[in-house]
Design a binder for this molecule. Structure first.
Ligand code: B12
Ligand code: SF4
Length: 484
């Protein structure tokens, strides 16, 4: 079958606040690349379209030229409006085309999205590779869709959800993501968190055994690991074919199994692969020996989701970590010669503005190379989202297009803070963090590439805008006091 796989049209204006659009970039979508690879291996012809490069009209033309018989669209909640409008236009132009969607948003809200448009035929829930392969096979052989696990489809006026699809046990059975089907030269990373270019993305595992309140665990709590040889094969492929100088691992919990990490490091060293890499680890899962091995094998930065500088709020989030554990992990990581990227959230249920200020102080104490501060966002499928819908924790926007962590307004406001306070904390955090002599000296004496010089300039632009916004906000507050 001829299948168009599409990331719906999007741009920095849709996913970013005004003040950070300048540092935004466009990464490829690994989930859709995996689906593309499996469908291609099953003998189908694939057209891969990136919504950062094309609007609806251009996509329509490309889908027509390709004579697509099926259209598969990547859906996170924030992009649903865009996805729906594309699917509706395509269906109007080519009524016989088969339409299906997958991704986090699709998996978390299948019934709601299906009822939102007549133009959609099937939703794939969860891991998409095996399900989409079986789905297309069922269509070609005119089998009953009820036999395909892990989907939702319209059955007359009703919706029919088939039994859940089992997780793929052996991730090594999957081909590499179909990076070659994407216009790789047109992608460029956002300016945060990258040491140099070309940079490629990868996954060495799927899943996380954490319990965080705000995290959608699409892959459950069981962590599945790819074999270290296969992981390093993929790294080597990117080095040789795409000249990759850095790999960004999007694993949720890279350091879960130390033997696995050591084996990956050994394999990189054995092949003398010259590559930098970036991973996310839980702070309660690293030790100095492991970190040193990672450093030797090229790991340049570790991302720790710190979230808050107040223990009470880590407990609310069910993070299962202490502030001491986090501070130790960051210290050890720096000691091993690896930089850290730490992320923080504001607007935690029960958090006050003063608590937020303590988080900023904690971030300064950790003194990471790069940091990000987000308003907490209740994504569908999370315990936070379910709680908010029951009237707990705070209030949330009903628009799916507000479900981003990088936007101008927070999607969620706890009972203990205002939206303005959350955005003020975010601005203050960046300004207080970056405009410190200790940090500036650290940052300027550790520039790793020309790309990072550019990153500093773009970052400075963002800071300047935040400063202006902060002055405007203070001015508004003062004017309000005078009027009342
Ligand atoms: C890598 C990543 C990014 C990268 C790459 C983005 C991309 N387009 O993939 C970057 C940094 C650019 C990014 C940006 C954003 N991201 Co992001 N990102 C991730 C991350 C860490 C990993 C995703 C991944 O590759 N997983 C591995 C692959 C194999 O799994 P997968 O994506 O789930 O895909 C499988 C299935 O979902 C399904 N599937 C996926 N797509 C499709 C399509 C079809 C047709 C089918 C049939 C099946 C299918 O099959 C795949 C293979 O099994 C996830 C968190 C996570 N742990 O998953 C967040 C996540 C997906 N991002 C999220 C968000 C919100 C964003 C942003 C809006 C920014 C923000 N944080 O607010 C932007 C949106 C940009 C955009 N256009 O997509 C949310 C989505 C939540 C939601 N319910 O909508 C997540 C879940 C993080 C979170 N906060 O919880 N992201
Ligand atoms: S540690 Fe990270 S990936 Fe794991 S549950 Fe918590 S937020 Fe999710």
């Amino acid at each position: 079958m001829r299948i168009a796989l599409v990331v719906p049209p999007w741009g920095p204006d849709i996913i970013r606040a005004k003040d950070t659009r300048g540092i935004s970039g466009c990464w490829p979508t690994p989930g859709l690349q995996y689906v593309a690879a499996v469908l291609r291996d099953a003998g189908h012809e694939i057209l891969f379209l990136e919504g950062f490069f094309y609007g609806n009209d251009e996509m329509l033309q490309k889908i027509a030229d390709f004579k697509a018989e099926a259209l598969g669209v990547y859906v996170i909640s924030l992009l649903w409006d865009k996805a729906r409008s594309l699917i509706e236009e395509v269906k109007k132009a080519f009524p016989s085309i088969f339409t299906f969607i997958g991704g986090h948003g699709a998996s978390a809200l299948p019934e709601i999205l299906m009822r939102d448009t007549d133009a959609l035929d099937v939703i794939i829930i969860g891991e998409g590779e095996l399900t989409s392969r079986e789905l297309i096979e069922a269509l070609e052989t005119k089998q009953d869709l009820r036999a395909v696990k892990g989907i939702l489809f319209k059955d007359g006026n009703n919706l029919h959800r088939t039994p859940p699809r089992e997780l793929i046990d052996n991730l090594d059975q999957l081909p590499f993501p179909a990076v070659d089907l994407c216009e790789m030269k047109r992608y460029y990373p956002s300016f945060e968190q990258v040491s140099t270019v070309p940079v490629m993305q990868m996954l060495a595992s799927r899943g996380c055994n954490g319990t965080c309140l705000y995290c959608y665990k699409m892959y459950g709590s069981r962590i599945r690991l790819r074999s270290p040889v296969r992981v390093v094969d993929e790294m080597e492929y990117y080095v040789r074919t795409y000249g990759a100088k850095e790999i960004k691992f999007w694993d949720e919990h890279f350091s879960y199994d130390h033997a696995h990490v050591y084996a990956i490091c050994d394999e990189i060293m054995r092949r003398r692969l010259k590559i930098r890499w970036w991973v996310s680890c839980r702070a309660d899962s690293v030790d100095l020996a492991l970190l040193k091995a990672m450093k030797r094998a090229g790991c340049w930065c570790i991302n720790y989701g710190v979230e808050s500088g107040v223990q009470k709020h880590l407990d609310t989030l069910l993070k299962r970590e202490t502030l001491d554990q986090i501070a130790d992990a960051v210290k050890l990581t720096h000691k091993a010669g690896i930089k850290t990227h730490t992320t923080y959230i504001f607007g935690i249920p029960g958090e006050t503005f003063e608590d937020g200020l303590k988080t900023i102080e904690f971030a300064k104490k950790l003194n990471s190379f790069t940091v990000e501060f987000f308003p907490i966002t209740p994504f569908p499928g999370t315990a936070l989202y379910k709680g908010v819908n029951k009237g707990l924790f705070g209030t949330m926007s009903a628009n799916l297009s507000d479900q981003g962590m990088l936007l101008d307004r927070p999607c969620f406001v706890p009972f203990t803070m205002t939206a303005d306070e959350i955005m003020e904390l975010r601005r203050l955090a960046y300004m207080k963090y970056f405009l410190r002599p200790r940090f500036l000296i650290y940052r300027f004496t550790h520039i790793m590439s020309l790309f990072q010089v550019r990153a500093i300039f773009h970052g400075a632009g963002s800071l300047f805008q935040m400063f202006r916004e902060q002055v405007e906000a203070l001015w508004k507050k003062t004017a309000h006091v005078f009027h009342s």
